[in-house]
Design a protein around this ligand. Structure first.
Ligand code: SAM
Length: 291
């Protein structure tokens, strides 16, 4: 981190007190406050999850390079122009800004304030409160800083809301589409998160996940608990999902699933940017509310 002591006081911290019920975050006053708290961020304060391109054409490498595959990653979702979109877990925001460029009004939802990402416990068990504080105040905040860095660089109008993905603030309103890009694998309860977002979604839900061929096949409906028994360290990887499992969940939530898109994405395994990226297989399922 490169800021001086005065700035440390101004940068958001984790944990911090949320507004009551996490309400009011979409109001201009709150978005302006979020923005100004982060207005002095430098590149050193950021961790770029996505390969990102600044307005001056500088390319900042990230572990995931979605450039050129955005449409596939979003399941070739149509009608972004004029749509109100809820994006769950934007990381550095490559998709937030892509959708905004297509004319969508984007609300991105992240963990923050006093909420943490879901961590699998380690064995032997360590102090999970300390682990959470460590992960949130370093890794997650640095990635979120990159969203705000790009937001400023692009003069974006996308909005950010923080809170509990399983009980989202009651004043978010209604969305045309909800986007779950590579997040269900990181959630203790993927179905609950889907239910929570889709109950305020009128048209489409997009779910993108890594593809595991060995789990798939005719009629496969599998959600595998991901941790391997030999790996007992702190982890955020909960599930490996098949397209069939996602389609089944969306069906139960009242969405029709017509098509699954398969493609590859360039990814630096283990987020080791010094190593060559691999082509990682992914799938996207789009659910549509019957008219
Ligand atoms: C693997 S990244 C995916 C980024 C982006 N959606 C994409 O597809 O490229 C997961 C994102 O979900 C967020 N996330 C993870 N657990 C979360 C939780 N419990 N509640 C809200 N956001 C969460 C992370 O902070 C991160 O922004």
């Amino acid at each position: 981190m490169s800021y001086d002591a005065g700035e440390v006081e101004r940068l958001p911290r984790w944990p911090s007190y949320p507004p009551r019920g996490y309400l009011g975050q979409l109001e201009d006053e709150c978005q302006v406050a979020f923005r100004s708290e982060r207005s002095s961020l430098s590149l050193q304060d950021c961790n770029f999850y996505h390969t990102s391109v600044l307005r001056d054409t500088t390319v900042i490498p990230g572990a995931w390079d979605l450039r050129g595959v955005e449409n596939s990653y979003l399941g070739n979702l149509e009608g972004l122009a004029g749509a109100r979109v809820l994006e769950l877990g934007p990381a550095s925001g490559h998709l937030s800004f892509f959708m905004e460029d297509k004319g969508a009004s984007v609300v991105s939802f992240e963990v923050g304030f006093d909420r943490s990402i879901d961590l699998l416990p380690s064995i032997p068990r360590t102090d999970m409160r300390a682990e959470r504080a460590q992960v949130m105040s370093s890794a997650v905040m640095a990635v979120n800083n990159s969203w705000w860095y790009l937001h400023k660089d692009r003069s974006s109008s996308a909005k950010m809301v923080y809170g509990n993905i399983y009980e989202m603030p009651g004043d978010l309103g209604v969305f045309d589409a909800a986007i779950f890009g590579s997040i269900l694998l990181h959630l203790r309860d993927p179905f609950m998160a889907l239910e929570e977002a889709t109950r305020r979604t009128t048209r489409s839900v997009v779910v993108t996940e890594p593809y595991y061929e060995e789990l798939d096949g005719e009629g496969a409906n599998v959600m595998r608990f991901a941790p391997e028994s030999g790996n007992r360290g702190i982890s955020t990887l909960w599930w490996n999902l098949t397209p069939g499992a996602v389609a089944n969940m969306l069906d139960r939530l009242g969405f029709d699933v017509a098509e699954t898109t398969h493609y590859t994405v360039k990814h630096h395994l283990g987020h080791h940017l010094d190593q060559e990226p691999v082509d990682l297989r992914m799938f996207t399922v789009v659910g549509t509310r019957p008219s």
